[in-house]
Design a protein around this ligand. Structure first.
Ligand SMILES: Nc1ncnc2c1ncn2[C@@H]1O[C@H](COP(=O)(O)OP(=O)(O)OP(=O)(O)O)[C@@H](O)[C@H]1O
Length: 419
């Protein structure tokens, strides 16, 4: 027996539908996009079926998606569907990070501009770097939109037409499976949470879409700024009211939207909130490994044909956060000349870029300050001379002694010599 509202008739209307077999055991038709050679990501896509077997659609533009449940109930399988939709639209860009390291999303790697799979710090840091870059990407897109004439962009947001026509405003979908590994990370978690919240708020209108799945929907693993701002939520089986409301929104449980009612057999069955006016019970389409592989192969071929294979999928080297992290402190310390007790942050960035262009080629002042924060290094106003004009000025910068202290402190923690 499955409950359902019907607010068109009355907010208090309750429809009870009784099936003659459990939802999880009833036959489900194949995913309608199984044979599609390409997909238009701007259109609603079939996400699953409801208890009566009707197709339930989801949209990707102008929203974000959060999926949660206890382990093993179909989060990755559900996350894979919007990811495949983005993959099959050759004009959309896809980034994917799977932070458990089981390789569940590996078939997507061949179409992802960025891809990471691993339970290690490097993969978490690459995911954090992706969030930093998404925040920058949002700012870049906002600047493009601002410059567009009103008749081209009347609502100050990326439309399906703009996404197709204007370079740099294409749909950009970034997914983070097992995102609790990043948000609860001792070093990267806080920054990741703040960035994700910002991107969720800004990205909606800018064609940047975040998809997240977590098996630990609690306050530490899912920052409230993230859970409170997500537009579309899918909650498979959970054990308590707290987890239920973290995924489905405050008061969901009190309002009778309870993913705690799903049983052991209800794999792939959950409550979907935000995709329609009413909460919907949905069983996602389930695609096995070989099918996903085939779809990704097709998505790859479509991107090759459209000339839209970019980033890692096009063989460009991935960001190397580990190289950055390992040598960053020493590199920063090395760019100070003997007579320089302090340097402007922008001078440090310039010299780092000259030192290792392959590592620091795209480093910005913002990246630098964020990357140094975990070591307790923050910028202050320091006096310096502009080499271009020869004039002195106070700008954000870093004292050399703070960097050398940070190197010594890190070495002490690692049990290495102080210098
Ligand atoms: N829509 C579905 N229909 C039928 N079975 C499904 C469906 N979705 C998932 N399953 C079953 O549930 C199993 C677990 O799915 P999945 O790996 O997506 O779960 P998960 O919640 O991501 O797990 P974990 O938290 O351990 O990563 C699948 O191997 C499959 O057998």
């Amino acid at each position: 027996m499955w409950p359902e509202g019907n607010a068109d008739i009355s907010p208090s209307r309750l429809v009870l539908w009784t099936g003659d077999q459990p939802m999880s055991a009833s036959r489900q038709p194949a995913w309608p996009l199984l044979k599609a050679s390409t997909v238009d990501m701007a259109k609603p896509f079939p996400f699953g079926t409801d208890p009566r077997g009707r197709i339930v659609y989801m949209e990707l533009p102008y929203t974000n998606l959060l999926i949660g449940s206890i382990p093993g109930y179909g989060k990755t399988a559900a996350l894979q569907l919007p990811a495949l939709v983005a993959a099959l639209d050759p004009h959309a860009e896809l980034w994917a990070f799977e932070l458990k390291g089981t390789g569940g999303l590996d078939p997507l790697a061949k179409v992802c501009a960025r891809y990471g799979s691993g339970a290690d710090d490097d993969t978490s840091e690459a995911a954090l770097q992706a969030l930093r870059d998404l925040r920058d990407e949002c700012q870049r897109r906002a600047a493009i939109i601002k410059k567009l004439p009103k008749d081209v962009c009347p609502d100050n947001k990326v439309t399906p037409e703009l996404a197709r026509r204007i370079k740099g405003l294409h749909w950009l979908v970034a997914l983070f499976d097992e995102c609790q590994e990043l948000f609860a990370h001792s070093e990267f978690g806080k920054e990741a949470g703040e960035l994700a919240e910002k991107i969720i708020k800004l990205g909606r209108a800018l064609g940047v879409i975040l998809l997240k799945a977590t098996q630990r929907p609690d306050a530490k693993s899912l920052p409230t700024g993230v859970s409170a701002n997500v537009g579309t939520r899918f909650c498979l089986r959970v054990m308590g009211q707290l987890e239920n409301d973290m995924v489905l929104g405050t008061s969901a449980y009190r309002n009778g939207i309870r993913a705690t009612m799903f049983a052991k057999k209800d794999k792939g069955v959950g409550y979907l909130v935000g995709a329609a006016d009413e909460a919907q019970i949905v069983r996602t389409y389930y695609l096995d490994g070989p099918t996903v592989e085939k779809l990704c192969q097709r998505a790859y071929a479509a991107r090759v044909a459209a000339g839209t294979l970019t980033g890692q999928a096009a063989g460009q080297s991935a960001e190397t956060p580990s190289a950055r992290r390992e040598t960053l402190l020493e590199d920063v310390a090395s760019v100070y000349r003997a007579e320089e007790p302090k340097l402007w942050a922008e001078t440090i960035v310039e010299r780092l870029t000259a030192l290792r262009p392959e590592v620091y080629g795209d480093l910005t002042r913002d990246h630098l300050t964020t990357a140094l924060k975990p070591y307790g290094i923050t910028t202050t106003q320091v006096w310096g001379t502009d080499p271009a004009t020869g004039k002195g000025a106070n700008r954000r910068g870093i004292e050399r002694s703070i960097v050398t202290e940070a190197v010594a402190e890190r070495n002490r923690r690692r049990g290495e010599p102080a210098a």
